[in-house]
Design a protein around this ligand. Structure first.
Ligand code: ZN
Length: 155
């Protein structure tokens, strides 16, 4: 596969998830939720998470309005974090943010099995104004999970 073929494939995945986002719904009685806003582009999302007693994410979903990149990133994220612990999900988010800013020599190892799926968004590193579109969902998920942890601690 040539560079151009790869680029087209990535573009296709982003357009597909942007047009038909997965897990695009509210969750009833989520264990954690947070709103994210990227004023640079106008992307606004709300992320919902359900976790089990061990802190493992059993369901993740989102709602909102945004560009194809922010929607595709949120869609991929909600699929990828299911079954992960909050800590694992936050570590993935950190590695993804590094990949999206183009400064991550060890992302492939850090993202493990999810590298191939998340790599479709790595092209934003060439477009600094779009980096926030790609990382918004992960920032918002991190905020939701941190807040959930706080609530657990105060119980
Ligand atoms: Zn955007």
């Amino acid at each position: 596969m040539t560079e151009d073929d790869l680029r087209d494939l990535y573009q296709e995945v982003i357009l597909d998830h942007g047009r038909r986002p997965r897990n695009f719904r509210r969750l009833d009685a989520p264990d954690a939720s947070a709103r994210g806003n990227n004023p640079l582009c106008g992307d606004r999302i709300e992320v919902f998470v359900k976790t089990d007693a061990e802190g493992r994410i059993t369901d993740a979903a989102f709602e909102g309005k945004g560009c194809a990149i922010s929607t595709a990133s949120a869609s991929l994220m909600t699929e990828i974090v299911k079954g992960k612990t909050a800590e694992e999900a936050k570590a993935l988010g950190a590695a993804f943010r590094e990949m999206a800013t183009g400064g991550c020599p060890h992302c492939e190892a850090a993202l493990e099995d999810d590298f191939d799926r998340l790599r479709v968004l790595s092209g934003v590193a060439e477009y600094p104004s779009r980096v926030k579109c790609a990382t918004l969902a992960w920032h918002t998920l991190g905020a939701a999970l941190d807040h959930a942890a706080e609530e657990v601690r105060t119980e």
